[in-house]
Design a protein. Sequence first.
Length: 71
Amino acid sequence: AEKILFEKIFAYELVPPDLKEVFRRSKVIVNATPVGMFPHTDDSPLALSEFFREGQIVFDLIYNPLETKFL
């Protein structure tokens, strides 16, 4: 479900089957979950690269490790 936060900024609940399309349409993707944080560094909220496209900004709030599986 789409939630309008500001005039041109939207937040989406990320649930299948719409997950792939929401990611592909997004310009900025932020992982604000603890998924992938030490000691669970092999975990990722999303592992399929086809969900992303050229030119997107992807940010992970995880600070340990510095480079996560998600990134």
